[in-house]
Design a protein around this ligand. Structure first.
Ligand code: COA
Length: 281
């Protein structure tokens, strides 16, 4: 079973830490994905830790802006495809679907705590930014990408729906046609293409990413917090209208596909490095 009730963050040293929060001078809270050896692959546990840290950030008035970044050569290579299977079980297909639905709704609640933070969030993206990694970056308010960044929503290639609203947020930023093009094909795009599609606001050289993102974060942090938080809230009220209801549908679509035979085929084919044979069941 997944841990949905724990409210402790594991010690940094025991290898279970997925995210780290460092509150720096100048009002910047640096939230770092810290599992670089696995390209920051994301798991249920990552969502749990994100929710706990978002709750901390929300009420910390020394944090005026959040810088979301990742250690290593990749921002995040998507869902942890090697995490032990069977995290969610059920005696029948119906019960498994119901249990996945609740599980994904629980994950969405953690993501909502992060995406709905009062403080603005600047994301700094390098290397692979795939699947849920891309979805997480899209939850930030502003994205800065290194020129080596690679973005994709490969979920449909693995047999699963896009499960955290990344396609909806691409539709918001780039239009529904591009959201469908990217999510239906699973194609990768580079930082330049992401910039042209309005999915990132700035592209920098790989060695300059951290500085560039910090400059933007510091500019926001220097402004009046009540004003910056009001601006974020107002724009989100407009730009995210309809998002909550759509995310509930996303949770059901995720549950439907996560319990399908196609997803098993998709993961097996990926592990065996062959093309999947999907049958729509
Ligand atoms: N889940 C779990 N582990 C992952 C991972 C993922 N999504 N992505 C990468 N890793 C691990 C690799 O297993 C490897 O670990 P190891 O050294 O213990 O074997 C390490 O991260 C480095 O990855 P590697 O594959 O050696 O790097 P690469 O540069 O050759 O390839 C990718 C990078 C991203 C193209 C490749 O790792 C990949 O295809 N990952 C899966 C992406 C995916 O399908 N995500 C799901 C989206 S829905």
């Amino acid at each position: 079973m997944i841990d949905t009730t724990g409210n402790e963050l594991p010690d940094d040293k025991d290898g279970e830490r997925r995210l780290r929060l460092d509150v720096e001078g100048g009002g910047i809270g640096v939230l770092t994905l810290c599992r670089p050896e696995k390209l920051n692959a994301w798991s249920w546990e990552s969502s749990r830790q994100l929710g706990l840290l978002a709750d901390r950030i929300r009420f910390d008035d020394t944090i005026r802006v959040v810088l979301l970044r990742a250690e290593g050569r990749a921002f995040c290579a998507g869902i942890d495809i090697k995490a032990p299977g069977g995290a969610i079980t059920g005696r029948t297909g119906s019960e498994r679907t119901r249990n996945y639905y609740e599980g994904i709704r629980w994950v969405h609640e953690r993501f909502r705590a992060f995406a709905g933070l009062p403080q603005p969030v600047v994301a700094a993206v390098q290397g692979y930014c795939l699947g849920v990694g891309f979805e997480l970056a899209l939850m930030a308010d502003v994205r800065i990408a290194a020129d080596d960044a690679v973005f994709a929503l490969p979920e449909a290639r693995l047999g699963v729906a896009v499960d955290a609203g990344g396609d909806l947020r691409i539709a918001r930023e780039a239009g529904a046609g591009w959201a469908k093009f990217l999510a239906l094909t699973g194609r990768r795009i580079d930082a330049g293409a992401a910039h042209r599609l309005n999915l990132v606001q700035q592209v920098t050289g790989a060695g300059e990413l951290d500085d560039a993102a910090r400059i933007v974060a510091a500019e926001i942090a220097a402004n009046a917090p009540l004003a910056t938080q009001s601006i974020k809230r107002d724009i989100d009220a407009f730009a995210d209208a309809g998002l909550g209801a759509a995310l509930d549908r996303v949770a059901m679509s995720a549950a439907l596909t996560l319990t399908s035979e196609d997803i098993r085929e998709g993961y097996t084919a990926k592990a065996e490095r062959r093309a999947p044979r999907f049958e729509g069941k």
